[in-house]
Write a protein that binds this ligand. Structure first.
Ligand SMILES: [Zn+2]
Length: 105
């Protein structure tokens, strides 16, 4: 029942880590973060320089890497959903409002 966890990404800060965690979890993946708040605990480093590792179960690595790759593409401009007209964030491949797939163009 234990997963083999695979580290797939080193995030530069907690915000990025949580953004990616949300992206992967939205796609149905299980995600763990490690390393968070190490700096704060030490009382020396500001939180924004703490590196956070993302981990996923080994069998979900390929899917997770694909999602992160599309995130890293800098595909950050929003896109307009054809289904409901909602403006969505760039990294998401589906409409958060109605669940329609992102148009290809
Ligand atoms: Zn929509």
């Amino acid at each position: 029942m234990a997963f083999t966890w695979q580290s797939i990404y080193r995030a530069g800060n907690s915000l990025e880590a949580h953004t990616l965690k949300g992206l992967l979890e939205h796609a149905g993946l299980r995600v763990r973060l490690t390393g968070e708040n190490l700096g704060s605990a030490a009382g020396e480093l500001p939180a924004d320089v703490v590196e956070v590792m993302l981990w996923v179960p080994a069998e979900e690595t390929a899917q997770a890497q694909q999602l992160i790759a599309s995130y890293e593409k800098g595909n950050l401009q929003g896109w307009r959903c054809r289904g409901c007209g909602e403006l969505n964030e760039g990294p998401f491949d589906w409409c958060w409002q109605c669940g329609a797939d992102r148009p290809d163009d």
